[in-house]
Design a protein around this ligand. Structure first.
Ligand code: AMP
Ligand code: MG
Length: 327
């Protein structure tokens, strides 16, 4: 069975083709919107998505070496995300499903990050640290659902880095450049470390770093920001592992590309005799293959959706999903 998966919750249009059985990714094509200046305006991102959609689709089918007739199922990310982006991609997904007369499934974006990690690594029942631009959540499977054990109380970690990057006139996405600058940091300057139970908060760090930037070396501020934010995330994910008595930790989301974050979480896992897993970079970021794979799991468990079930859900919560494909 072959599934076409479509992602478009925020900055990226991703279309992937996945065959079931042992996960087999035939293609995974991405096109990310990077605004010429400032932050991402949802309407501009949606316009980007509609303008590149057909090209991304054609490239994805070509790379997978399949035609429209080979597609058995279509999955798309139904939420959470930016309304105009979700609507654009949902319209495209629905049109395609109607035209091809194939079943359509709306996939929860956060759960897709977790499922592709389980498929691509040896992780079986992990705690997911999902760190992206808009989302920061600690998710694990408990009593039949994916539950959020901790999350940001304000902005996502990626958004915190990107906003700080903007102050330094670094274009979106700023995370990779901040990581590079942090490697040349020599001094730790204290920032407001904020953990509340298993939740975290980043907006105070952003404000403090913006002030510090005027009197400290930028490399030192980047270094201190990474050390503070990533220590907070490592602390809460360790607490979630202890609480759920799980010994696997999986990373997901674009910020998980960061080597310093990977090292910190890995070290924590090793110290607790747990196991650390991180999927390859092109599956960490928002992508269509993870949506296709999750749609396949849903479909094989007997899930069906009619047109109203595929209405977009901007605030779709991870724990609202009925998980029919796991025991
Ligand atoms: P996503 O929304 O999951 O596709 O991830 C995008 C986010 O990941 C953006 O906020 C980027 O700034 C961030 N990001 C990408 N690479 C890195 C990195 N190496 N270090 C920190 N953040 C990163
Ligand atoms: Mg994401």
């Amino acid at each position: 069975m072959i599934c076409l998966g479509i992602e478009g919750t925020a900055h990226t249009v991703g279309i992937g083709v996945v065959r079931d059985g042992p996960v087999n990714i035939l293609s995974n094509v991405l096109n990310m919107y990077s605004p010429p200046s400032g932050g991402i305006h949802p309407r501009d991102a949606a316009n980007h998505h509609s303008s590149v959609f057909v090209d991304v689709l054609e490239e994805s089918l070509e790379k997978a070496n399949i035609g429209f007739d080979d597609i058995d199922l279509i999955g798309f990310s139904v939420g959470p995300g930016l309304g105009p982006c979700l609507r654009t991609v949902a319209t495209a997904a629905r049109s395609l499903a109607l035209y091809l007369k194939k079943p359509l499934l709306g996939v929860n974006h956060c759960i897709a990050h977790l499922e592709i990690g389980r498929a691509m690594t040896d992780a079986d029942d992990p705690v997911l640290l999902y760190v992206s631009g808009g989302n920061t959540q600690v998710i694990a499977f408990l009593n039949g659902r994916y539950r959020v054990f901790g999350e940001t109380l304000d902005i996502g970690i990626g958004n915190c880095l990107d906003k700080f990057g903007r102050k330094m006139e670094i274009k979106f996405p700023a995370g990779p450049k901040i990581e590079e600058m942090a490697e040349n940091g020599k001094k730790y300057v204290p920032l407001p470390y904020s953990v509340k139970g298993m939740d975290v908060s980043f907006s105070g760090i952003l404000t403090a770093a913006t002030v510090l930037m005027k009197k400290e070396r930028r490399e030192d501020v980047c270094f201190s920001m990474q050390e503070t934010c990533f220590s907070m995330l490592t602390e809460v994910v360790e607490r979630a592992m202890a609480h759920t008595e799980k010994d696997e930790i999986l990373l997901g989301g674009g910020v998980a590309s960061n080597k310093r974050l990977q090292d910190m979480v890995k070290k924590m896992a090793e110290e607790r005799e747990g196991r650390f897993y991180c999927p390859p970079q092109n599956l960490l970021v928002d992508n269509g293959a993870m949506i296709a794979w999750t749609a396949l799991l849903m479909h094989k468990s007997g899930m069906k959706m009619n047109a109203t079930d595929t209405s977009i859900r901007q605030n779709f919560r991870t724990d609202e999903v009925e998980v029919t494909w796991r025991d």
